[in-house]
Design a protein around this ligand. Structure first.
Ligand code: SF4
Length: 374
């Protein structure tokens, strides 16, 4: 019986994000690992590999699709109330013990993670997104950087259909992949998981490419929002949060920072859940360090007004939320505060979306091989 890796190895095409090194190895630069791959070798992500001197990369499938409010991604300063049609592939360049998408992200590392790939093509996915009433197409669930070529193919169709596009990513990028994505990606969410390189090494990465990516994303004009999942005992010391939020504010005080609550997931069962008080304290630190748009997530109704967007100029409540629902929307059609006329950073439509549930599911996805050993 074939393994999942065997099945996925057939669903590939030649990638665009690599060079041939003088010694004949291939250098992949889709993510910050920059794997040098001799003939036959597979990258740390387990989905890109050197066969016959060509880098083969994932193509033509998804690990799943779903249409959700964009607030769930979360983007709070981009098309509020819109539906975001989300798709992902399989695999990840990190291996976080608390991953909430581990069934898809760790499908090639963990035999417990069984996620059958579904055959798909960009036209189909975009047609389905439009039928669902989506405003935005988002590559998420697995790490989208490692499947950038596929995401760009889907996003080209999305743009032609008038949709905006986004990545929900760990931010372990490279200058080359960001240049590749820039024409096709509007919104970019980075999970800034810690401000400690040792912690990143536990997760399978390094902090330096992630900080570099955040700086570049902002400088290149992507709309960036940052999320930190606050994990008691892992990344919640005042010192670490002070350095983390100071860094983000140094890139731009207008970058929204979402601090969200941990609950036991996947292999990380031991720390207790993050409490509302912990989120509020972290949010206070973020604001004290200069961030103008700080949000507390995952605990709707328990974090005061930290689900809402306030004008950084006059303090007026501009977008009031309850969980993923918009309760009140007061931005002007050109994205300004109606009271003091300050421009609010973000990507805005003339009005908020209606946050409707997706209309219909049309997509026809084909299970590529229902029989495989994970
Ligand atoms: S995407 Fe990253 S982990 Fe995968 S082969 Fe390329 S550099 Fe290596």
């Amino acid at each position: 019986m074939p393994t999942l890796a065997d099945v996925l190895a057939r669903e590939t095409r030649e990638g665009e994000l690599y060079d041939v090194l003088p010694d004949g190895r291939l250098r992949c630069y889709a993510c910050g690992h920059r794997c040098p791959l001799p003939e036959g070798a597979i990258g740390v992500c387990k989905v890109r590999f050197n066969r016959g001197g060509r880098l083969l990369v994932p193509w033509g499938y998804v690990g799943g699709v779903q249409c959700d409010p964009i607030e769930k991604k979360p983007f709070f300063h981009a098309y509020p109330g819109a539906l975001a049609y989300s798709f992902g592939m399989l695999g990840c360049d990190l291996h976080c013990a608390y991953c909430q998408n581990w069934v898809t992200s760790q499908a090639l590392r963990d035999p417990q993670a069984v996620a059958p790939p579904l055959g798909a093509d960009p036209e189909h996915l975009v047609r389905d997104a439009v039928a669902d009433g989506a405003r935005v197409l988002v590559s998420t669930y697995n790490e989208p950087l490692i499947t950038s070529e596929w995401a760009v193919a889907v996003f080209k169709e999305a743009r032609a259909a008038g949709l905006a596009t986004g990545f929900v990513s760990n931010g372990n990028g490279t200058p080359e992949v960001l240049e590749y994505l820039r024409p096709w990606v509007d919104l970019y969410k980075v999970d800034l998981k810690s401000f400690d390189d040792r912690r990143y090494r536990e997760l399978g990465g390094r902090i330096e490419p992630i900080l570099d990516t955040i700086q570049r994303l902002h400088a290149m004009g992507f709309w960036v929002e940052i999320v930190t999942l606050l994990i008691p005992g892992f990344n919640d010391s005042r010192d670490e949060l002070t350095r983390l939020t100071s860094f983000v504010a140094g890139v731009s005080p207008d970058i929204p920072w979402h601090v969200t609550a941990f609950h036991a997931d996947y292999k990380m069962r031991s720390p207790g859940d993050t409490t509302p008080e912990m989120l509020l304290e972290a949010a206070d630190l973020g604001r004290a360090n200069g961030l103008r748009y700080v949000y507390a997530g995952n605990l709707p109704g328990a974090v005061g007004n930290l689900e809402d967007t306030h004008c950084a100029g006059c303090g007026e409540a501009l977008i009031e939320r309850s969980g993923y629902r918009i309760r009140r929307y007061r931005l002007t059609p050109d994205g300004r505060c109606p009271s003091c006329h300050a421009s609010i950073p973000g990507r805005w439509d003339a009005a908020a979306g209606d946050g409707l549930r997706p209309r219909q599911r049309h997509v026809e996805l084909r299970i590529l091989n229902s029989e495989f050993n994970s």
